[in-house]
Write a protein that binds this ligand. Structure first.
Ligand code: HEM
Length: 271
């Protein structure tokens, strides 16, 4: 413990390692409630962030020294999605308050989902490297398929079909039950399915060639979606959702998108 404080010490004497924020430390009761020494079960850990007492908009540097350091098993968070999500939500401070804020803006933001998804496809069609991925046949689609990039248009039957799935994803982000592990499992499968594997049952039963999308383009698309959702939230009239709630909702959506980002990237980089 003393060693950890060493880097924060304002005392020039190497013997006296003093926490400069000692006076501002959390009350003992708060610290003990978050201590991992009691080894909560994986389920308890995965739900903890949603019940956390911490303010999810508190981004000031913490005026306290770390009282404990959570132990995270790097191997376990590779193999157990539940533990991985517990780590992600703890790290980002994703709480029930975030889920509440997302529900608050969902009815209004839902209205922009069709145009946002149109925008996503328009963006992916701007570049040959992203557009060409849509020349391959999609899961469950048996209609006519264009053969060249020029033939492939935003109103091609396959693209209209694909947009249904993308809208379902976007709606799920806005309306999901974030206490339910199935929500994260779905997001994880969405990640896996872009890396050459077929995690969804409907994909496997149809036996269609796997999809390989470079992570580079996934990250860019997520960045684009983030901008679109943030501006949709901030454009909600103050009379519908207060300015303060909109700011919190932007933060909340940001966390979800970064969790989805990890649930993509982990399947590419293997961390
Ligand atoms: C924000 C990033 C992205 C998200 C959230 C996303 C989400 C999804 C979802 C939800 C599906 C359908 C899953 C299902 O079958 O239920 C899907 C399929 C697909 N995605 Fe993505 N995607 C993203 C980025 C990309 C990018 C950048 C490309 C290509 C440049 C791409 C290409 C495809 C293709 C071709 C399919 C169809 C696979 C098939 O049905 O055969 N995606 N994506």
């Amino acid at each position: 413990m003393e060693k950890r404080f060493a880097t924060l010490s304002v005392d020039s004497s190497p013997e006296t390692l003093v926490c400069p924020f000692a006076e501002h430390s959390k009350p003992a009761s708060l610290n003990s409630s978050t201590s991992r020494s009691e080894s909560p079960t994986a389920t308890e850990r995965s739900h903890t962030p949603l019940h956390s007492a911490s303010s999810h908009t508190d981004y000031e540097p913490p005026m306290q020294c770390p009282i404990f350091t959570q132990e995270v098993d790097p191997l376990l968070i590779k193999t157990s999605l539940e533990d991985r999500v517990a780590y992600l939500t703890d790290f980002l401070g994703f709480t029930s308050r975030d889920a509440e804020l997302i529900s608050k803006i969902a009815p209004t933001v839902n209205e922009v989902i069709p145009s946002m998804v149109d925008g996503m496809y328009a963006k992916m069609f701007e570049f040959d490297i992203t557009k060409k991925i849509f020349l391959t046949r999609n899961q469950g689609f048996d209609g006519p398929l264009p053969q060249t990039l020029e033939e492939l248009t935003l109103d091609s039957a396959q693209i209209v079909f694909r947009k249904v799935f993308m809208k379902a994803w976007a709606r799920r982000v806005l309306t999901a039950d974030y206490r339910n592990g199935k929500t994260w499992a779905y997001m994880d499968k969405v990640g896996i399915m872009h890396t050459g594997a077929s995690p969804f049952k409907h994909q496997r039963t149809m036996g269609i060639a796997p999809l390989n999308v470079p992570y580079r383009d996934i990250a860019l698309m997520l960045g684009w979606v983030q901008s679109a959702l943030h501006s949709a939230i901030l454009n909600i009239p103050d009379t519908t959702v207060s300015a303060a709630d909109k700011i919190e909702a932007v933060v909340a959506i940001n966390k979800v998108l970064w969790i989805q980002n990890d649930l993509f990237s982990r399947h590419y980089i293997g961390d």
